[in-house]
Design a protein around this ligand. Structure first.
Ligand code: DX5
Ligand code: ZN
Length: 228
């Protein structure tokens, strides 16, 4: 895997999710990013396991489920059963992060940890050797269509360095404000899973937007990285 592009359906029409997913897949989506919000950890409410189960029936690529909820431990099994291939949890809500990460892995799901813009990279130091991926939030979670926070670029580099020191080749994912202006910078910084919502689905042609964003991301890969 050199780079994975993950359209976020948060910005799609929820009455036509199947069409949105099909368009993203035709454009070359490698994953579908699913944002789960509980109206408690973040000021917005989205979807739960039943919708993920329905999405799983129509998607042909793996589902990357981002849990923005206060009590993820209570729901990881339900999201695994619903069809999540990857699941990420916020370090800000988890006093027993190590236990949660291993509980996700025990369900056969790739486990990721997420840090908010206000959370230091050091918060994941002790778990860096255990995770399957790290998600750096480049906006404050809760809504699509926000502006990329510039500091996130150096944060991606710091997380990459931390994982390298831990001997872990797990990829760094970035989420928030990724568009044609920012995608090259985050890839150059070391991000290898790229989430984009508004830049895909708030366009007249999500298939084309997916293709263009992925092409821009691939073009920014350093020559040393294997191209797919
Ligand atoms: C924000 C979500 C993101 C969101 C990204 O809380 O986690 O996945 O969909 O949307 P854009 O790409 O529009 O910033
Ligand atoms: Zn997300």
């Amino acid at each position: 895997m050199s780079l994975l592009f993950a359209p976020s359906i948060l910005s799609a029409d929820f009455a036509a999710l199947g069409d949105a997913i099909a368009a993203a897949e035709r454009g070359g989506a490698d994953l579908i990013h699913v944002d789960v919000m509980d109206g408690h950890f973040v000021p917005n409410i989205t979807i739960g396991p039943p919708v993920v189960r329905s999405i799983k029936r129509v998607a042909t690529v793996p589902l990357d489920v981002h849990l923005m909820i206060t009590d993820p431990d209570r729901y990881i099994e339900a999201f695994a059963e619903a069809g999540a291939a990857m699941m990420s949890v916020h370090v800000e809500v988890l006093p027993h992060l190590h236990r949660t990460v291993h509980a996700i892995k025990a369900l056969g799901v790739k486990a990721g940890v997420v840090i908010n813009p206000g959370t230091p990279v050091g918060a994941i130091e002790e778990i860096a050797g255990d995770v399957d991926f790290v998600l750096v939030m480049s906006v404050n979670p809760g809504f699509g269509g926000q502006t990329f926070i510039p500091r996130s670029e150096s944060k991606v580099r710091e997380v990459r360095a931390l994982l390298d020191r831990a001997g872990n080749q797990a990829p760094v994912e970035i989420d928030g404000g990724v568009d044609l202006q920012t995608v090259g910078r985050v890839v150059a910084a070391g991000a290898r899973i790229l989430v984009a919502g508004a830049a895909v689905f708030h366009t007249p042609d999500p298939e084309r937007a997916t293709r263009e964003l992925k092409a821009a991301a691939l073009a920014a890969l350093p020559a040393s990285a294997t191209r797919c």
